[in-house]
Ligand binder design. Structure first.
Ligand code: PLP
Length: 402
């Protein structure tokens, strides 16, 4: 697909079609595409100070203070260019602080492209239970040091700690498992992770690259009341400009140094690029000053309720779920607690429906289990159009399948 321009809730493809965008670049554009206030701030910063590569800018300090005021775990803030860098640094820091080797992640979680976490996403049923790297060329010594457990399975977590406790440096988790749509944490699951890591002296890392700022200014951690040791942020933080952050407990974060052999190395030529940092401050301004989350949650609820009704009317087995601005429909009867549950879904319908929606001017990423995002630029009218288009697309797919 070639994209020629983007604005608000829509983008234009190379065929000249304007599509209503529910992919939202995988989550960053929480305010919509090319939000003028964000773009103006980034442009102003870029013409005032570009990359100097020494010291920090006032913008960076302002942003760090703003994040620290909102996110419960953010006693210290370091800025990166992407979410992957934030999770990479989190795990290296955890290993340094604990002197341990193993990392625990969950089946269906995605935390970036690096070897320690780029495994066990969209795992075929027959491989569940083994280590499945996402990429050729991954280092076995690294991937084998990651223990993969089922999401929402406190018993499995307890068993892993009973077996490896003294070797576990960190548990990393998306508090809502959004990389397989939306698996919501069951009551007690995140609290259990907090308790077991604290008892074992392991570091709890919340990956809030998707949930942070999209579901609320304080991230999902403020919503659920569980404070991790470290948090990775990115995506909605800067509404589409390249920026990530690692935030967390002062005693851990203070181990970072930009000096080679200084302690835990924190490096990156483009870290805290002024244009991205200014974009993030402007994004936080809008998120703070306007009823953005109220709008996102209202439209999200309308989409989920409306979609559930569409599928019920058509007699198509479907679980429509999500949180706030994120929604997804799994074509199955339920439940949707763990990744393994989702394997019961009808993948053929999932993709076929999204391809049918594309013909109707609606873009949802055509790959099974991919979530949708609503932005502040979407309107109630867009959601009505989505429901109409879904009804048409679903009926077409049913007819084609018969
Ligand atoms: N963590 C989560 C939960 C993500 O969804 C992603 C990207 O999709 C990442 C980390 C990696 O972020 P980035 O693509 O900015 O490196």
């Amino acid at each position: 697909m070639v994209v020629t321009s983007a604005s608000g809730a829509r983008f234009q493809d190379g065929l000249g079609r304007w599509l209503v965008d529910y992919h939202g670049a995988g989550g960053p554009t929480v305010l919509g595409h090319c939000e003028p206030r964000v773009d103006r701030a980034a442009a102003a910063a870029a013409t005032g100070v570009d990359l100097v590569g020494v010291g920090c800018t006032e913008l960076e300090v302002t942003l760090a203070e703003r994040i620290s005021a909102e996110v419960p775990s953010a006693e210290r803030v370091l800025l990166t260019t992407s979410g992957s860098e934030a999770t990479y640094h989190a795990l290296r820091l955890a290993r340094a602080a604990t002197g341990r080797r193993l990392v625990v992640k969950f089946e269906g979680g995605y935390h970036g492209w690096h070897d320690a976490v780029a495994l066990n996403l969209f795992t075929p049923r027959e491989l569940i239970g083994s280590t499945v790297p996402l990429s050729a060329g991954s280092m076995p010594a690294v991937t084998e040091a990651t223990v993969v457990l089922p999401f929402n399975d406190a018993e499995a977590v307890g068993a892993a700690f009973a077996r490896h406790g003294g070797d576990i440096a960190a548990v990393i988790v998306e508090p809502v498992a959004h990389n397989v749509g939306a698996l919501l944490p069951e009551p007690g699951f995140l609290e259990g992770l907090r308790a077991v890591t604290a008892a074992a002296g392991a570091v709890l890392v919340f990956d809030e690259v998707v949930t942070g700022f999209r579901h609320g200014l304080g991230g999902y951690q403020r919503h659920c009341g569980v404070t991790p040791d470290l948090t990775a942020l990115g995506k909605a933080l800067a509404n589409g400009y390249p920026l990530g952050a690692l935030v967390g407990r002062a005693d851990l974060m203070d181990r970072f140094s930009t000096t080679i052999h200084g302690d835990v190395l924190f490096a990156g030529t483009y870290n805290a690029h002024p244009a991205s940092v200014a974009a993030a401050i402007a994004t936080l301004d809008v998120l703070t000053d306007e009823p953005v989350h109220e709008h996102l949650f209202r439209l999200g609820e309308a989409a989920r309720a409306g979609l559930a009704e569409v599928y019920a009317d058509l007699g198509i087995p479907a679980v429509t779920t999500g949180l706030g601005s994120v929604f997804v429909t799994y074509f199955m009867d339920g439940p949707a607690r763990t990744y393994t549950d989702l394997l019961a879904g009808d993948e053929v319908r999932f993709v076929a429906e999204r391809l049918a929606l594309l013909e109707l001017g609606v873009f949802q990423f055509p790959r099974s289990l991919k979530r949708n995002h609503i932005s502040y630029a979407h309107t109630g009218r867009d959601i009505e159009q989505l429901l109409d288009a879904t009804q048409t697309a679903a009926a077409r797919v049913t007819a084609d399948m018969e």
